[in-house]
Design a binder for this molecule. Structure first.
Ligand SMILES: [Zn+2]
Length: 50
């Protein structure tokens, strides 16, 4: 039996943890992933999790 369509469920859904950050420099709030986060607005590293 050959399956047709190639709809194999071999996709691994990774858990992406979006973290809400706030920039202390410009006050921008944004979602980011990881530890090294830059403000997308002003490129500041002075961001905190909220
Ligand atoms: Zn900023």
């Amino acid at each position: 039996m050959c399956s047709v369509g190639g709809a194999d469920f071999d996709l691994e859904i990774e858990k992406i943890e979006l973290v809400r950050y706030k920039c202390n420099n410009c006050g921008n709030k944004f979602d980011a992933i990881g530890d090294k986060v830059l403000c997308p607005s002003c490129q500041s590293e002075d961001v905190v999790k909220v």
